[in-house]
Design a protein around this ligand. Structure first.
Ligand SMILES: O=C(O)CCC(=O)C(=O)O
Ligand SMILES: [Fe+2]
Length: 209
């Protein structure tokens, strides 16, 4: 597919908003990708990735996750998520382009990405922290939204205080510092009739020693 994610000036100096969450480091970049490019990426990823509804173990029972997923990365990355060990599939052209753009905005490296496809309002992700040992103690997690806007919920682990940031089409949310130590995050179900959303969370995994 012929399109460039790099030929617009907004890529070099995207507008950044700092979210006011105590004991966290969270930034939000609205319109990080222009709407047309974000839609092109969304539809390319729908076709490109080998989406699957994976199964996790919940209290000893096999349960299908309420969304589709696909995990991609450099060959040395293997990742355990809710008891499910995944070996990464190779980067596709669209994932690689978005990865490079994230790396350029944040001046950091990512070696893997978890793609999530929330097909409708009944697809969700329960509250969790991205705190697997492979991520290290203060991971930088870059989360790109393509498609329907969904509220992203933060819940402080000690106080229980909740914060919501609606993640819009083409936006980038970055969680860094001690965010994962102090907060859980997730995407709730909704009864509203809504369109699909693809979310990409780029991570850097340290090899297991
Ligand atoms: O869909 C989202 O915005 C959240 C995804 C997420 O938290 C994850 O993949 O760990
Ligand atoms: Fe997460």
């Amino acid at each position: 597919m012929q399109y460039s994610l790099f030929d617009d000036s907004s890529a070099a100096h995207p507008v950044r908003q700092e979210l006011r969450l105590p004991e966290a480091d969270v930034s939000y970049y609205p319109n990080w990708l222009a709407a047309g490019k974000a839609s092109t990426c969304q539809h390319a990823l729908e076709d490109e990735l080998p989406w699957a509804q994976d199964t996790i173990k919940l209290f000893g029972k096999a349960v299908k996750i309420p969304r589709l997923q696909s995990w991609h990365g450099d060959p040395e990355c293997a990742y355990t998520y809710s008891g499910l060990t995944m070996t990464p599939k190779p980067w596709t052209a669209t994932l690689q382009r978005i990865r490079e753009r994230c790396e350029r905005t944040l001046n950091t490296r990512f070696n893997s990405v978890l793609a999530n496809w929330y097909r409708h309002g009944q697809d969700s992700m329960s509250l969790h922290a991205d705190n697997e040992p492979e991520l290290g103690p203060r991971p930088v997690i870059a989360s790109v939204t393509l498609g329907e806007a969904r509220p992203f919920i933060f819940k402080h682990r000690e106080t229980g205080q909740r914060y919501t940031q609606v993640l819009e089409h083409g936006s980038l949310l970055v969680m860094a510092g001690s965010t994962q130590s102090h907060y859980l995050h997730g995407i709730a179900k909704t009864k509203k009739p809504i369109q699909g959303r693809i979310n990409l969370t780029f991570r850097f995994l340290y090899p297991r020693s």
